[in-house]
Ligand binder design. Structure first.
Ligand SMILES: [Zn+2]
Length: 344
């Protein structure tokens, strides 16, 4: 539908007023507190108000609770009882939509799927496995984690970390609480006794992890200027603990779920106006680090944390080792490349 910028703004305003909706972190969705179809509260009903993409048009809406969708402005207005707002498309478009939104009409589909946690998930504040991995009370407080115990046999013996984005669960990571060697030993036996293998990780399946950043909400728009990128959840928590970053609004640690950063993840950092990114992937990941750093360098000031011991994760390093890295071993991407060439 062709709408002038003014018409578009007026519609967004009126719909937000009528439904009590608020923009989400990206500014591209209105989150409606109560679904007009099923009446479920908790912000399950979202209205897309970003620029048109291959898959999405402004004012498409969806409820993650009842699954009801609307595809046109007319259907949406009908659902919220405001057909009076329906506009006759204007021929004269004075300003393109992307001008109003301040974003490039690029094909960035950063829509996330609201994910239910496993049945019988219960948040916990102590756990022997996590204690062994160094968890403190602050860790449980800042990084929600839970278990299902035997009530949900599929997740028995897993600790489950919800992935939260703008206050919503958009995925989860389940980590089996046995050590890797115990799991491997068990799985070798399984071959002979016909049981099921144990997965070290049992994660949510209906979401695309390349669109997610763990601990994203710790980045405060306009306040957090530095983000340290790491591979996984345990790296985020260990680094936050060891550098005492829990309440530091200027620096946040987030994980990309692996050694790669996607366009959507880059975009999500841009949305929060991050200035500096420190790539803190594992020391053995030289090629992926180079790749991620040069991709990020187009948009941010980038440093690479050149980890001395290639085989250590953040949660295996002492506080001293970590400070040494941040004080003495941050390198520009080009220096990092050079150094790695010399080390060969
Ligand atoms: Zn609904």
């Amino acid at each position: 539908m062709d709408l002038s910028a003014k018409e578009y703004q007026h519609l967004v305003q009126e719909i937000a007023r009528e439904t009590g909706a608020k923009r989400d972190g990206t500014g591209k969705n209105l989150i409606v507190p109560r679904c007009p179809f099923c009446g479920k509260s908790g912000g399950k009903f979202g209205i897309y108000i970003g620029p048109e993409t291959a898959r999405r048009e402004p004012f498409m809406a969806h409820c993650f609770s009842c699954g009801k969708s609307t595809r046109t402005l007319g259907q949406l207005l009908e659902a919220i009882g405001r057909m009076d707002l329906m506009v006759t498309p204007t021929a004269d478009i004075t300003a393109p939509l992307q001008f109003v939104l301040g974003v490039e009409p690029e094909e960035i589909d950063d829509a996330l799927t609201i994910t239910e946690l496993p049945d019988f998930y219960k948040r916990i504040f102590s756990h022997p496995y996590l204690k062994e991995r160094g968890f403190t009370y602050d860790d449980y407080d800042y990084f929600p984690v839970g278990v299902t115990n035997r009530l949900n046999p599929r997740f028995e013996d897993y600790v489950i970390f919800p992935i939260i984005d703008n206050g919503e669960n958009v995925g989860f990571v389940g980590r089996h609480t046995w050590s890797k060697s115990d799991i491997d030993a068990y799985n070798r036996k399984v071959k002979y006794n016909g049981g099921f293998k144990i997965l070290r990780y049992r994660n949510s399946v209906n979401n695309d992890f390349s669109k997610l950043l763990y601990n994203y909400d710790a980045i405060h728009e306009g306040e957090t200027d530095t983000v340290i990128l790491v591979e996984g959840i345990f790296d985020v928590i260990a680094l936050t603990r060891k550098m005492e970053l829990y309440d530091n609004p200027r620096v946040a640690v987030v994980a990309t779920f692996g050694k790669k950063i996607s366009d959507v993840q880059v975009y999500k950092l841009q949305c929060k106006r991050v200035q500096t990114v420190i790539v803190g992937y594992d020391g053995d990941a030289v090629e992926p680090v180079k790749k991620a750093a040069s991709r990020l360098a187009k948009y941010f000031t980038v440093f690479v944390a050149n980890i001395a011991d290639a085989h250590k994760d953040w949660d295996e390093m002492s506080v001293e080792e970590i400070f040494e890295i941040f004080v003495q071993r941050l390198q520009s991407p080009s220096n990092f490349k050079l150094r790695k060439v010399q080390e060969l």
